[in-house]
Design a protein around this ligand. Structure first.
Ligand code: KG4
Ligand code: ZN
Length: 351
């Protein structure tokens, strides 16, 4: 089945053609990040206008790069929720029009679940067919979300932990701003941290055993606003003197965030006896996070799947991949009543 995926929930206009849920034939991403950089973040109205100006060309390019024509597409999957409403509206409206014209089914896809699905694109698709892979623990670390999700053999997804304030990527972006680095800050901090000492400054590890506040209620939850505030006060007290100072602050901040992510993820792996752990979302590109996850997964004998960098940040291959399952299960059929939504439930399914 050939599925066209369309993504416009934030600052990437993306379209992709995926065959049978795993074989990515094209993956076109037009990023608005440079344009939003001047404001230090994404402005929904500006994002929507940019999506509108790029979406037709992006979709045409995805079909062309897959060496197909529109008549060969079997269905369309589009991000329905969550995201910036004006931005989502562009993708969903365009998709409705196209599905109607081509007379093919359309499904609305949850952006977060599709981030999880990005770990199963390509060869990793096999993992889903192997009952020994389950249960799966999925860590989603993006600019807007930090979640721990449990997936059972029926592909039923249950959110067991989330951030109670800032998302991990958001914390990176805010910390980068405090350090005078540009948006998006994650890759910048990652780069500087490689040359810094992660033990130079002691930042808090909120809601972990170490903080003494790992009560059951927040066992699998995260909190990243404290580490950012702590960096703010540290910089007030000890302003950056030179590049090494900057590197050390970046490395120490990163170490605190990564420590918490790895600790909580493996706490959940242990508690639910998970056989596989997947990691997706923009922060999954982080080199230190990957290193620490690999070390720990080896020790704990857990299969680790980290999404490929091109599928970590927002893309439409993950939308088309997940859309394949929804279209195949035929639950949604021809659904032209998709309405972008802010809200989503704690329980979901791939199919
Ligand atoms: O998944 P994504 O596109 O965002 C949402 O859908 O919400 O990820 C963007 C986020 C940004 O916050 C960016 O700073 C972060 O991912 N990011 C990174 C790295 N690359 C991107 N954070 C840490 N290290 C990186 N190498
Ligand atoms: Zn995303």
């Amino acid at each position: 089945m050939i599925v066209l995926g369309i993504e416009s929930s934030c600052d990437e206009t993306a379209a992709s053609i995926v065959k049978d849920g795993y074989n990515v034939l094209s993956n076109v991403i037009y990023s608005q990040a440079d344009l939003h950089a001047q404001y230090g973040g994404v402005i929904p109205e500006v994002a929507a206008r940019l999506h509108l100006s790029k979406i037709k060309h992006t979709v045409q390019k995805a079909v062309q790069e897959a060496s197909l024509n529109f008549s060969q597409i079997d269905g369309i999957a589009v991000t329905e929720t969550p995201g910036l409403l004006p931005a989502l509206l562009v993708g969903t409206s365009f998709s409705k029009g196209l599905a109607n014209t081509l007379e093919i089914p359309l499904v609305g896809v949850n952006h977060i679940i599709s981030h999880i699905y990005s770990s199963f694109l390509g060869d990793n698709f096999k993992v889903l067919a192997d009952s020994n892979s389950f249960p799966i623990l999925s860590l989603v670390v993006s600019g807007g979300h930090t979640l721990l999700v449990l997936i059972d053999e029926q592909f039923h997804c249950k959110i067991i932990g989330r951030t109670i304030d800032d998302a991990a990527g958001e914390a990176y972006d805010k910390a980068a701003k405090l350090l005078g680095l540009s948006y998006p800050g994650g890759p910048e901090i990652d780069k500087m941290a490689k040359l810094g000492n992660g033990k130079a400054v002691s930042f808090p590890r909120a809601l972990t055993g170490r903080s003494g506040k790992n009560q059951n209620e927040h066992k699998f939850n995260f909190s990243f606003s404290g580490v950012k505030t702590s960096l703010f006060y540290h910089l007030k007290k000890s302003p950056l003197q030179n590049q090494q100072d900057l590197n050390d602050n970046a490395a120490s901040f990163q170490e605190a965030v990564v420590d918490v992510l790895v600790e909580k993820a493996f706490l959940a792996v242990e508690e639910y006896d998970c056989k596989t752990i997947t990691v997706s979302g923009g922060v999954a590109c982080n080199s230190r996070l990957k290193e620490r996850l690999q070390e720990t997964a080896e020790i704990k004998n857990t299969k680790l799947l980290i999404s490929e960098p091109k599928y970590c940040t927002d893309n439409a291959a993950m939308i088309a991949g997940l859309g394949f399952h929804l279209l195949s299960s035929n639950k949604n059929g021809k659904n032209l009543s998709i309405i972008p939504r802010f809200q989503y439930n704690d329980e979901h399914s791939f199919s």
